[in-house]
Design a protein around this ligand. Sequence first.
Ligand SMILES: Cc1cc2nc3c(=O)[nH]c(=O)nc-3n(C[C@H](O)[C@H](O)[C@H](O)COP(=O)(O)OP(=O)(O)OC[C@H]3O[C@@H](n4cnc5c(N)ncnc54)[C@H](O)[C@@H]3O)c2cc1C
Length: 325
Amino acid sequence: MNTNWDCIVVGAGAAGLSAALVLGRARQRTLVVDAAGQSNRDAHGIGGLLGHDRRPPAEFYAGGRAELAEYPTVQLRAGEVVDGEPQGEGFVLELADGSREVTRRVLLATGMDYRYPPLPGIAERWGRSVFHCPFCHGWEVRDRQLAVLDRGASGVHRALLLGAWSEDVTLLADGPAELDAEDAQRLHDAGITVDERRVAGLRGPGSTLTGVVFADGDERPCGGLLVPVTLHQRSALAQRLGAAASEEPGPIAVDALQVDQTFATSAPGVSAAGDVAATMPSVANAIASGNAAAAMLVGALRTAPQRPTAALRRPAATGAEAGAR
Ligand SMILES: Cc1cc2nc3c(=O)[nH]c(=O)nc-3n(C[C@H](O)[C@H](O)[C@H](O)COP(=O)(O)OP(=O)(O)OC[C@H]3O[C@@H](n4cnc5c(N)ncnc54)[C@H](O)[C@@H]3O)c2cc1C
């Protein structure tokens, strides 16, 4: 074993960085391990985040890392946690490089895998002209000819919602729209067109969208496309640690982790924050839950029986920590 930590934060997205800041400021020895796969890294900017609105995600993560670098209590490490198990009153986590780390607590901030429909042309436009969240990207495509790829009740809901950003919205059902008479009337009243033709692909240079191509060869002009997504655990790590997922799949997050009001999972000593345990995924919510989960963890660490073993004893403060700050 290499080092002993009060908390290992798995993931340095918005939730993990936010949690590490609180833990580090509370002088808890914190290791953050990150595989650098934040879900919004392809996006043009972060929409709707106060203080960082519309600025690139990479700038946000770099800023968070720079702030953490001020705290000698926090160490950031590039890597992937591939396994973990309880040991004594703590845990041993195994990294992909074969190293093993011992910690009193684990905070899972691993984010989720966003899965969009398998339509050719989405990948290169993802987080730009094709998006899953109008609150994140609607402003950037406002007043264009917009479309929603969906059907049934969720298609109706999304099409009506997208009407906040444009008066020209089409519901692309890619087959039967599955609308009852009342829904069809609501869409009609809102000026939303329904197109049931099969959608074959997208058109436009680079990450720009100019049109949707149908299987019949026809094309509809379109400057922004809202698509449905489902969110899934990125790995079996939470499961390996014994943290249970919700019994009922949510409409978006299929297997988000169950957490209580203190962000504790069903596995004693394991907490979770951000998308991995969220019903409303957003950067602001990830920051907030990381912050709160970390505060709860500090309370738990301080009130838990302290183990007077060498293995978990805090090392002497570094010069920088003991200094002026
Ligand atoms: C394309 C797109 C655009 C978006 N745009 C916006 C927007 O404009 N505004 C907004 O508010 N929200 C937006 N969102 C949602 C927002 O990005 C997420 O809600 C938020 O990033 C979640 O933060 P997180 O810290 O929980 O997870 P993430 O940001 O996904 O970070 C998790 C980190 O954990 C790492 N990780 C995972 N497993 C391991 C492991 N085993 N070991 C080590 N590291 C691991 C990952 O590599 C990643 O770096 C967008 C989402 C997407 C997909």
